[in-house]
Design a protein around this ligand. Structure first.
Ligand SMILES: [Zn+2]
Length: 246
């Protein structure tokens, strides 16, 4: 007979394959069956919209800071502002400036990715310095081609193209808002995600006390990261501080 296990939520005895792996458990399997776990996660996301939104945003922002992600963003922009691009947008007055000049797309997606790969250390340095890298034509009377592109900070790009101050200010303000968001994400990344035993050690209590305090609401419930549960240290501290002041 193949092994089975009783789910602690629906209390049904199911084949062991119906349970996800969980190395922190004695039998290496999650206590909740996959089906109940899906429901539990959905409920958690509903009850923690801010956490969910922030995590989604952080993941999306992170994905834009890879070569593939950055290339995709540049490629989209180039196709909007070139007359032979896949989706020119003349309805946007800032993009129309390029289209009116008849700027053409003389670079393939592969060539763009190659250029970004070659520039990658410099592009990353711009982000590290709090700048936003942007694609620029070296000779602004020529088209977007492999030998006519470079990557410079957006603020410099604004100055170079002599953007009217209002537009430049809008871009720079948006930039600053993005930087603040990254600052928040960096802060989150610096935060620690504790396992149950790390949390118990951090608070100097037993594992069972953690369960009890989560159940009575003194401690926050853990965050589910894939199949492992973690407590964000800053959230635990904030919750305990609030509790103490009651
Ligand atoms: Zn179940």
């Amino acid at each position: 007979m193949s092994p089975t296990k009783r789910c602690w939520d629906c209390e049904t005895v199911k084949p062991i394959e119906e349970f996800a792996n969980d190395p922190s458990k004695k039998d290496g399997k999650h206590g909740r069956c996959r089906e109940c776990d899906r429901v539990w996660r959905r409920e958690w996301r509903k009850e923690h919209p801010n956490e969910t939104r922030l995590r989604g945003r952080a993941n999306r922002a992170k994905s834009k800071r890879t070569i593939a992600g950055f290339a995709a963003a540049c490629w989209k922009r180039l196709n909007q502002r070139t007359v032979d691009g896949a989706h020119p947008r003349p309805e946007n007055k800032h993009i129309r400036v390029y289209l009116d000049q008849g700027i053409q797309l003389q670079i393939t997606r592969e060539q763009l990715t190659d250029a970004i790969t070659a520039w990658w250390p410099k592009i990353r340095a711009m982000w590290a310095a709090g700048q936003t890298p942007s694609i620029d034509r070296i000779d602004s009377t020529r088209h977007y081609s492999p030998d006519n592109i470079q990557f410079i900070p957006l603020s410099e790009n604004c100055r170079k193209s002599g953007l009217k101050s209002g537009r430049a200010r809008a871009i720079l303000e948006k930039n600053e808002a993005t930087d603040r968001m990254y600052e928040r994400i960096r802060h989150l990344e610096g935060d620690r995600y504790l396992t149950k035993s790390e949390l118990a050690a951090f608070l100097g209590v037993s594992l069972r006390t953690i369960d009890r305090r989560v159940a009575d609401g003194t401690l926050p419930p853990p965050i589910l990261l894939g199949q492992v549960r973690r407590w964000r240290q800053s959230v635990v501290i904030a919750k305990l501080e609030r509790h103490k002041s009651l």
